[in-house]
Design a protein. Structure first.
Length: 66
């Protein structure tokens, strides 16, 4: 998991919300909308929301080449 710890734009800590966001937003039953999850977690700034929604884990892709 190489989620950024802080928002690149404002410096707010966003890494602490990643596990809960991923667990609630990416469920297969589709009960919760990612926007509603971020609202519930208290991530209000657009730049911080961008960090959470657009993050892509590439560690598994890159690790064989190290």
């Amino acid at each position: 998991m190489m989620v950024p710890v802080r928002c690149f734009t404002c410096g707010n800590v966003v890494g602490e919300y990643w596990e809960e966001f991923k667990a609630r937003a990416e469920t297969h039953d589709g009960d919760e909308d990612p926007a509603d999850v971020l609202d519930d977690l208290g991530v209000d700034r657009h730049c911080c929301r961008r960090m959470m929604v657009s993050h892509q884990d590439l560690v598994d892709v890159v690790s064989p080449y190290q």
